[in-house]
Ligand binder design. Sequence first.
Ligand SMILES: [Zn+2]
Length: 300
Amino acid sequence: MIIDAHCHIWDKSIISGGFKKLIDDGAKQMGLSDPSTLYDGSIERLIREMEEAGIDKTVLLALDGHIAFTANLTYKDYNDYVANIVNEYPDKFIGFAGIDPRRGKEAIQELKRCIEELGLKGLKLWPLTGFYPDDLNFYSFYKRVQELEIPVLMHTGSGPPGTYIKYCQPIYVDKVAIDFPDMKIIMAHMGDPFTNQAISIASKNFNVYLDISAWEPVLKRVPAAFIQTLFQAKSACGIDKILFGSDWPLFVSFLSLKDWVKGIRKLKIPPPLKLMGLTDFTEEDKDKILGINAAKVLGL
Ligand SMILES: [Zn+2]
């Protein structure tokens, strides 16, 4: 089974105001002349591209960026939006709530609503909007997350212009992971460019995982750099810690979902890296990255 553990979904009502600016600036940052391919995050397009890629299930992430950015929909609307899609296609999608823990008591109420009423199965945190994940003020929120036994996907690493990189260093996940040992945490993007931090934190904490979303441009442009980082993650953390993800639709102009899956399937250590001691990923390794590991984290 192939599972994409990191995917977005949106339409014009979501891509408005500050969210639209994020996408436009992100497109500029990536050197895309036309940002409009990024606006189409529709379910119809996603299902089509998942089928082309042979992806069986996808995690859809609601985003609460509303404290930092304006939008036509509220963060609660976004959670409803994701839940409605999951309800329509329960075999294909798993929904994660987007809740900013700075909302205090309201965050805890919304978490309860999302998990118990809407049927969402995890939580997405977006520290790039301006908070450190290990802020002690969030501990009562994390306590509820841990009690609900849901995984948390945290953005780590760089982001689009207008977002704060300092809060997204993987080092700020470490204390949370230690203080909430039963809360599974997926560090998005392997913390790129702070991969050494991310890998060391995932290797030290049994409850911390890494997703490879947003690495499509690296595989496309400098495959050896991607392979070397992935190998480093495998060596330090074990293959079971690495989850496939795409960050769809943000990187499709570099690699389609189909080519991203194919890229993992065909991973091969280039001869110069073999000379450095890297050994090939086995078929079992690839199966684990592409779905087995995510199935375990998601409790499927
Ligand atoms: Zn993302």
